[in-house]
Design a protein around this ligand. Sequence first.
Ligand SMILES: NC(=O)c1ccc[n+]([C@@H]2O[C@H](COP(=O)([O-])OP(=O)(O)OC[C@H]3O[C@@H](n4cnc5c(N)ncnc54)[C@H](OP(=O)(O)O)[C@@H]3O)[C@@H](O)[C@H]2O)c1
Length: 277
Amino acid sequence: MRRLFPVTDETAARDSGGGPGMEGADREWALEELAEAYAYPSSASPDASGRAGAAEPRPWLRANMVSTLDGAAQHDGRSQPISSAADMRIFGTLRALADAVVVGAETVRQEGYRPARAREDFAALREAAGQGPAPAIAVVSASLDLDFSLPLFTSPLVPTLVLTGAAAAPDRIAAAEKAGAQVVIAGDGMGVDPARAVRELAERGLYRLLTEGGPRLLGQLVAAGVLDELCLTVSPMLTAGDAQRIAGGPPVAVPRRFELTSLLEEAGFLFSRYRRT
Ligand SMILES: NC(=O)c1ccc[n+]([C@@H]2O[C@H](COP(=O)([O-])OP(=O)(O)OC[C@H]3O[C@@H](n4cnc5c(N)ncnc54)[C@H](OP(=O)(O)O)[C@@H]3O)[C@@H](O)[C@H]2O)c1
């Protein structure tokens, strides 16, 4: 993996064919390096000293998505066929940095979501950041049509959260709670209000937020103006067909502007990081 932007000595070394001492310009990055490259802003981190008067952290919501060259966000209903080993390393690193992973119910259903694992490689980093062994998974659902007998709900390391609206069916809420999930009401009607969801998570001490989509959920986060950052993998593949894009739903009135903050490359896959301007 090599960094293409911001341009560094490593980029220049690669462009000029490398040279003495530059052999490491294109190599597999250690997980610590990836974690450093993708660190959350310090404003989203609780003050580890716990001193009185420390500024209250501000939530930071980043999305991690993969897209083909022609904009497909899935193939045969899953994102794995358009991903790569390096993409999965970054996927795992982003999870390891997060307090909570926010995900739409359809992605949970289609991708067979399991609880987040405690990764030995990141244990010290999480402890130093004041985080538990693994992020909480926060499933967004209006219908609560979820299989609550799955390990995602019955045996996670940290309880799975289920974000839903106040009008959700009481028997489904009861089923979620019976399985061990924590139900969070984050909307007045059937659905979840994205800004309220972010607030509810922050009130539970979850500030470093990662969403893994899917497209219907991400479209709403974009429209509500709560997305701070997009980590987008561009996969060097073409699929044609009618796959969803990474964000769907009604268009926003004015395109939201983001700025490029980082670009990595490996085996033709581009790993970009964009921040809201
Ligand atoms: N390329 C990528 O990076 C990537 C990432 C993730 C997923 N995917 C792919 O995307 C597909 C699934 O995505 P999707 O867009 O169809 O679904 P999704 O966004 O994962 O989930 C949609 C569901 O989430 C719930 N939901 C969304 N907004 C809500 C709100 N405001 N309030 C309450 N509930 C809300 C609803 O669940 P209920 O129906 O339960 O009410 C809705 O049906 C899969 O094929 C997956 O492989 C790709």
